[in-house]
Structure formats: C-alpha cells, structure tokens
Design a protein around this ligand. Structure first.
Ligand SMILES: [Zn+2]
Length: 307
C-alpha cells in the first residue's frame, strides 16, 4: 500500500449537485490542505451488529423508525455550519425511506453505501458480501442516489479477517473505502492513519481511515462513537488541528440516532450499551460546536497523489 497526500481540487460545477448552495461551494472551494471529512452512517437506531432478540433483522420492520426525523436534524446542523458531508447509507433504509435520500442529495452531500443489510463483512463472507453490496447499490439507485463510488462497512468490518472485501469493492467499481479503523477493538492500530492506496487484483482502492488519538497510552476513537461523544468540543477541535499540523485530514463519523432527542431504549449487553448510549445527552450541541469550529471538505475533493 502507498501513503498519499490529500489535496483539494475545485470540482467543476457540472460535477456538483444543482441543489448545492453557493455558500457551501464557497466554503469548500476555500479549503486548504489537508481535507477534513464529516461522514454519516445513515442507519436506524436498531442497526446494531450481532444482536438478536427484539433487534434481530426479522423484527426490524416492526420497530419504530426514527431515521427520517433524526436525519433532518443532522441535515439542519450541517446546513447551519455550511459543512458538506458524505452519507454512507444502508440499503435497507433507502428502500423504505427514499425521501431521506432525496433530502440528503438535495442538500448537496455525497452519497455512499453502508451495505444493504448492515451485516459485518467478515460475518457475510466473500460471496454474500458481494451480493449484499450489489443489492445496496441497486436500492440506492432506485431511491435516486445517483452514482455510488464510496463504501463503509458496518462496524468498521473490513479488517485483517476480511481484506478480500477490498477486491470485491474494486471489482464493483468502488474507488474509495472508509471501513478500516486503526484501532484494536475493530481493526488494527498498525493501519495507516492517513488516506492510502490498497492495491487489489482488480485495481487499487483509496482507503480513508477515521480519526483516532493517543490518550492514556491507548489509541482511542476520537472521531466517532463514544470517543467523540465523551470529548469536549475543544478537545475534538484540538485533535483535528493536531492531525492537520501533521499533514493528516481528520475523518469524523456520526449516526442520526446519536442526536435523537428521544432515543428508544433497549437492553443491550454492557459493551454494546456503552457504545450505543454513552453520553448521548447534549451530543447534538457539542457536535454543533465542532461543526462550527472546523472546516470540512468533500470526499470528492480528496484526490490521491502518490508521495
Ligand atoms: Zn452502521
């Protein structure tokens, strides 16, 4: 694999959504390197990998949907901050809520796939992963998402157990993957923290890792999940500035359910309960502050040049 530096190019107006706002255009165009990315895994609150019982996929259609309301809250925050984002959308959601896809697209954000069934890549295996990926692309296309060329696996599940998935992505025409976390819990701390090319037999994929930080002698998920929710906005923006000083763009990730003012509560085993519910309170406000104090670019603006 080869490390790449990230540079900004100004996309031609023809490549941008017509609904894109001039304000956002101006902000994205004025970016300097490196490029920080704000990403969203657009899924329902019950899309939690590896749980059965009430949250088993066979029950999903009977559970209360919160995705439309919470995605709108997130779109409002992004609009306020004039921040472009990349939405990795679960196909199952696109099939049931095509209106949400319209709204995300109309706001000028980039759309990628977050699988169809929200199952981990290594749990699916190569054949089922390919089938699930194709189904996600079909459902996103049917919902009006346009060309989909970037992917994030549920629960950062492209890791040493499932590197074959990168070849499948390349074969299916995906140019960017954002599934490999440099973190022991879900990935490997040895993975590069900067965007890098991952060669496969079907061509290279640009891997765009999420922001981690070294704290208390450990690597922590500064850019997403409990790590982002527990951190004061000033600490998050400092971590982003530190990464930028080292030449790294910071990649942040949130879920619509994390800013739900009235999140449904279910019983989960302790580790999952922590990952899902820890410090949700006030997160919307903290996120607003991070969005206001950081400049984000487009995934489309991240071009790769081998160094
Ligand atoms: Zn997910």
């Amino acid at each position: 694999m080869s490390q790449v530096s990230s540079t900004v190019k100004t996309a031609s107006p023809a490549t941008r959504s017509k609904a894109d706002t001039g304000r956002r255009e101006g902000r994205a165009a004025s970016l300097t390197t490196p490029v920080n990315l704000f990403t969203v895994d657009l899924e329902e609150w019950f899309h939690i990998c590896g749980v059965g019982g009430d949250l088993d996929p066979v029950n999903w259609d009977r559970l209360p949907s919160r995705v439309e309301q919470t995605t709108r809250l997130l779109l409002d925050l992004l609009d306020e901050a004039q921040a472009p984002a990349t939405f990795f959308i679960v196909g199952w959601v696109a099939e049931r809520h095509p209106r949400v896809i319209d709204e995300v697209r109309a706001a000028g954000h980039t759309i990628g796939s977050h699988s169809y069934s929200h199952t981990r890549a290594y749990d699916l295996g190569p054949a089922a992963f390919e089938e699930d990926l194709r189904r996600s692309v079909r459902t996103l296309a049917d919902a009006g998402a346009g060309d989909v060329w970037c992917f994030r696996a549920p629960e950062w599940s492209i890791n040493n157990r499932s590197l074959w998935a990168l070849e499948t992505l390349a074969a299916e025409g995906f140019r960017v993957d954002a599934s490999m976390a440099p973190l022991k819990m879900v990935g490997d701390p040895a993975y590069p923290r900067a965007p890098h090319h991952r060669p496969t037999a079907r061509g290279a994929v640009l891997e765009v890792p999420p922001l981690v930080a070294d704290r208390f002698g450990q690597v922590m998920p500064m850019g997403w999940g409990w790590g982002l929710r527990m951190s004061a906005p000033s600490r998050v923006t400092r971590a982003i500035a530190d990464a930028n000083r080292r030449g790294l763009g910071a990649v942040l990730t949130v879920h619509p359910w994390e800013i739900d003012p009235d999140p449904p509560r279910v019983r989960l085993r302790p580790s999952l309960h922590f990952a899902h519910y820890f410090r949700l309170s006030g997160f919307r406000e903290r996120l607003r502050e991070v969005l206001r104090s950081t400049t984000f670019g487009r995934l489309d603006d991240l071009t790769a040049s081998t160094t």
